[in-house]
Design a protein around this ligand. Sequence first.
Ligand SMILES: [Zn+2]
Length: 404
Amino acid sequence: MKKLLALLLSIVMVASFTACTNSQDNSDLKDTQDTQATTLSNEDVNAETLDTDVLEWVDFAQYNLDETAQVKNIILMIGDGMGENIIKASEIVKGDRLVMSGLPYQTHVTTYSQSVTDGLAEFTDSAASATALSTGVKTYNKYIGVDKDGNKLETICEFAKGLGMKTGLVDRHYVCHATPAGMAAHTDNRDNYPEIIKEMLASEIDVMFGGGAQHYKDIKSVQRTASKHSYKFIDNEEDLLSATSSDGRLLGLFAYANMDRASMNPSLTTMTSKALDLLDNDKGFFLMVEGSNIDVFESAQDMTSTLEQMQSFDKTVDLVLKWAEKHPGTLVLVTADHETGGVVIPENATAKDINDSCFTSGGEHTNTNVLLMAGGAQSAEICKPDLIDNTDIAKYMRSVLSKE
Ligand SMILES: [Zn+2]
């Protein structure tokens, strides 16, 4: 009898377990989502949790951007390694368009560097590409803000500063890594971080947020340069959130090395939001925002982590466009320095087809053209040709700022 009871009990248990696992109703799905959200915010133990810190796809939206105003502010957003196919792959997984895809104007951009032209390399690196986007001149890979003969070029930050504008750089890798460095420094060696960060500080960029605190904390001469140029140094989210424009120039380095995980706080969105608050002024500003680690995880052929970076970057595009809606005279440019990973999407792909096998270049950069997506003040003209060069973006930024 006992045996029969035990058998009956186990049959009931198996049946109810099966019912549970087969259940796909909305309340179960919602429970799972809630649990994931709780896990994410629990990682953030000390810092104030903003909704900008939650990692998820931001809803697609379109924005009411004034196109006719003269350009006062430029926000240049660079997804490092963000080729057109990683945008498409993100949209397949999201099941909707990314915010950046909804920008009113789009064109394609060539990215090859002087090293490619001269047969010295197969594709550009981030240094030569950042230099092209910043100065309008092609140069060799590894070169930052100098031409192929090593002559100093005027960076976009120098140009903007010359017009009395404020300048800011926000990235997730070292603050002196290739892309932000290309906006502000001059050297024929992108790996010379101490010299690069000193030059960035000496050029008095108003706001610099990113990773790479080692290049400040461990090097006395960098600290001296920062204090000589009146920088306040911060290294945590709390100090970032409480910063005001009366603090003067601000150097915020929030990780010892790369802020590689999209979930590391402060998020790209939070850093960008604060930079916008601090830079907004009557004479306008130039702000570069980089989604630095899209490239890093494409190089590692890690699709899940790449998509997290895309979530974070697109969420920041959403924040920037909401800001631009309220600030007419803002030109928003979203582009990439090059494609990374040779991302290929299978025909009729669904979300499950977007995985590590989509990377086909062994983690290398490629010469595939990238997109420029533009919105806001004077955003139409740059996208009129079907194909432009990365140097055209630098030239265009100068032309719209020169028109008073
Ligand atoms: Zn790059």
